[in-house]
Write a protein that binds this ligand. Structure first.
Ligand SMILES: Nc1ncnc2c1ncn2[C@@H]1O[C@H](COP(=O)(O)OP(=O)(O)OP(=O)(O)O)[C@@H](O)[C@H]1O
Length: 331
């Protein structure tokens, strides 16, 4: 995106009232604090990327915007509605204005592509639909138009499970468009895709958002994609916002430095490097890492690996991304 385009979009969005406003949002699940005192304003037309490690609270934040979670404390306002206060009917009306795209696409595999897209028109509508015959001509033409927009018109009558991952995510985007949403939420929409498909899907989301003046809030863990396809990056760590900046002129190293500054140990830096898919932090841990991020004073010598054969356990799925392991050592 050109700097001029980004400036024009920011100027327009700066003048508008925020579409999304979070104030002091804390969310606890039993003893886990998923979000901590989050304040966030998102204005119409912004394309915001939520960036952070696994377990940092990205999905939880997105789910609050759609009323799928209620905050333990604080307020969540979306499109002028105080979301946690909405009853079921009002929530359905809000959800009809907010599209949601998920990591695993959530298509019905045995239905055709067109039928899957048509189900997007059911947001806010009650009652079952009986296959494709249950939808009127106008809706079918609209669905076909969206399939054309995402480049899959010729696949309309194919079963959804015969498509590639990238194609399925494009179908999910077409389905979300059936609602004519004002806000599009996307939870790790490219996490299951290869790099090329990821680029294509993110490019498509951005193009559609700009065409339609959509506001997008998208969680990602790849810094490169966040920088290429977002206007603004909101970085989360342990449920707190630790970074909130436009992508204008921002470099990957700067993003990593900010994450580095909030990391409390070398182990966490390594986890950040692995999860954010950068090798910039994975040089010689004794030199490059500490030098780049200036962490010596904070972490102390005893936390740094003293053996060059140490190995980082990249399996951060356990949401405690803090394990250093030497070969052969059991945890
Ligand atoms: N329904 C739930 N019950 C209990 N704990 C939960 C629930 N949902 C989320 N959590 C916890 O809240 C924290 C934040 O989770 P969340 O899914 O929002 O993180 P995330 O950044 O989206 O992670 P990922 O990138 O892996 O999807 C994690 O510690 C998670 O285990």
């Amino acid at each position: 995106m050109s700097v001029t385009e980004q400036q024009a979009r920011h100027t327009a969005s700066d003048q508008a009232e925020p579409l999304v406003r979070l104030r002091g949002v804390t969310k606890r699940f039993d003893r886990t604090v998923a979000l901590q005192r989050v304040d966030l304003d998102i204005r119409r037309g912004e394309i915001v990327v939520l960036l952070g490690l696994s377990g940092s609270g990205k999905s939880t934040l997105l789910r609050h915007l759609d009323g799928l979670e209620r905050p333990t404390a604080g307020s969540v306002s979306v499109l002028g509605d105080e979301v946690p206060a909405l009853g079921q009917r009002a929530l359905r009306r809000l959800r009809a204005r907010v599209g949601f795209v998920f990591q695993q696409f959530e298509l019905v595999p045995s239905l055709t592509v067109l039928e899957n897209v048509l189900t997007g028109s059911l947001a806010g509508v009650r009652g079952p639909r009986l296959g494709i015959l249950g939808y009127g001509r106008t809706l079918k033409l609209k669905a076909l138009g969206h399939l054309d927009r995402v480049g899959l018109l010729e696949r309309a009558y194919q079963r959804a499970d015969t498509l590639s991952g990238g194609q399925q995510q494009r179908v999910a985007i077409a389905r979300a468009l059936m609602q004519d949403p004002e806000i599009l939420l996307a939870d790790e929409p490219v996490a299951s895709l290869d790099p090329e498909s990821s680029e294509q899907v993110m490019a498509l989301i951005r193009e559609i958002a700009i065409d339609r003046g959509l506001t997008v809030v998208c969680s990602l863990h790849q810094v490169d994609l966040a920088l290429s396809w977002g206007d603004r990056i909101v970085g989360l760590r342990h449920g707190e916002v630790v970074l909130d900046t436009t992508t204008d002129g921002l470099s990957k190293t700067e993003v990593m430095e900010i994450y580095g500054r909030v990391a409390t140990s070398t182990r966490e830096l390594q986890a950040i490097a692995v999860e954010l898919e950068t090798d910039e932090l994975l040089g010689d841990p004794d030199d490059d890492l500490r030098g780049l991020l200036g962490v010596e004073e904070r972490v102390g010598e005893d936390e740094l690996p003293d053996d060059p054969e140490w190995e980082f356990d990249a399996d951060v799925d356990g949401r405690e991304p803090d394990e250093l392991r030497r070969p052969g050592r059991t945890r």
